[in-house]
Design a protein around this ligand. Structure first.
Ligand code: ADP
Ligand code: MG
Length: 340
């Protein structure tokens, strides 16, 4: 059993500036396993940036080109468990022997070897044997070798023999392509402005990017909900923690007043003119949504109202959002302005 996941391949590993080196090196290795100077190939980078995907893609590609080669993908954690088990059962030599017969060994998340001297020792011997025999080793890690801790020096120096290639956070263009590709594969259409919004707001993690678009796809296809910018902001918020810039209630009042071409003092006034009331209710709605202020505090800052008025405003906005298309557009436009 190779443990390879065919769903992780090169075709759906989209290229961008952030991953070009690692992806190209991976392809080079896949074309000539053991026959390039990229041995070992170590792919490193933060959480959710595609290390596991790329590691499988290399293995899948090799298996495709060289069906006779034995390719094994294993997480460092599982490798460690197997090793411990072999010690218990007195089969340590069998364990080593098994791994020394592999043509392409892919070990994911080698930072897991930190502090595990027995596992590091056994891996050192396996590595040397494979390397000397022209077999390919591919490793992934959440850190560059220089930053790894509690890994023996002799092993670290082996890690540096080949190529260490970093997966960085994807740039905006790559994020858009990843989202488009996902939508395309799922056969779902999504307004451009939604794709743009998600790509602009989820920046550091492809897994979160995918998670957000999957939630949006689910909302649109299962709940038959129209995917609006407002819904997108709610979903994105769940994925992006603490990175959101806190907007002030003053700023919200300013943006809403500008949008409706009135002064802030008009927005705050006691008038019951419909369009002014609506602007005021929208300001309250966004203050609740985008700040941590209490209803009472929102009310006192927006024309000295009480908390019940704010609550009523938020409910009114929610209702109008459902029933009134023009009003829906106000919310989307303002959401966009306030999220920039
Ligand atoms: P890591 O192992 O670095 O934590 P993963 O390989 O699990 O990250 O990737 C997280 C998710 O992001 C996976 O679903 C993967 O398919 C996807 N992904 C990462 N990079 C890309 C890319 N360049 N193109 C398409 N999907 C990607
Ligand atoms: Mg991983």
């Amino acid at each position: 059993e190779s443990q390879l996941n065919p769903n992780y391949n090169f075709e759906n590993f989209l290229e961008g500036d952030s991953n070009r080196l690692a992806r190209s090196a991976g392809l080079a290795v896949a074309n000539k396993p053991g026959g390039t100077s990229f041995n070992p190939l170590l792919v490193f980078g933060g959480v959710g940036l595609g290390k596991t995907h790329l590691a499988h893609a290399i293995g899948v590609e090799i298996k495709d080109k060289y069906p006779e080669k034995t390719v094994l993908y294993i997480s460092a954690e599982k490798f460690t468990q197997q090793y411990i088990e072999s010690v218990k059962k007195n089969t340590r030599n069998d364990f080593i022997h098994f791994y020394q017969l592999i043509d392409v060994l892919i070990i994911d998340d080698v930072q897991f070897f930190s502090g595990k001297t027995g596992t590091q020792d056994v891996f050192f011997h396996i590595f040397n044997h494979l390397h000397q025999n022209g077999k390919q080793v591919i490793l992934t890690s959440d850190k560059a070798p220089v930053d790894m801790q509690d890994i023996e020096q002799r092993l670290l120096s082996r890690f540096k023999w080949g190529l260490s290639a970093e997966l960085q956070s994807p740039d905006y263009e790559t994020r858009v392509s990843i989202l488009r590709n996902k939508l395309y594969r799922d056969g779902v259409e999504m307004p451009e402005e939604i794709i743009d919004y998600v790509a602009k707001n989820i920046k550091t993690n492809v897994r979160e990017l995918e998670g957000a678009i999957i939630s949006l796809i689910a909302q649109s296809s299962f709940n038959k909900k129209e995917v609006t910018l407002d819904l997108a902001t709610q979903i994105v918020e769940k994925f992006v923690k603490n990175t959101k810039r806190e907007v002030s209630i003053d700023y919200i009042q300013k943006v809403v007043s500008d949008y409706f071409q009135m002064d802030v003092s008009t927005l705050q006034s006691k008038t019951r003119k419909r369009h002014i009331v609506q602007a005021r209710q929208l300001a309250m709605f966004f203050a609740k949504k985008f700040t941590k202020a209490s209803l009472a505090s929102i009310g006192s800052q927006i024309g000295k109202r009480d908390h019940a008025t704010v609550l009523h405003a938020c409910k009114t906005v929610d209702n109008l959002a459902e029933t009134d298309k023009q009003f829906r557009k106000y919310i989307d436009d303002l959401t966009k302005k306030l999220s920039q």
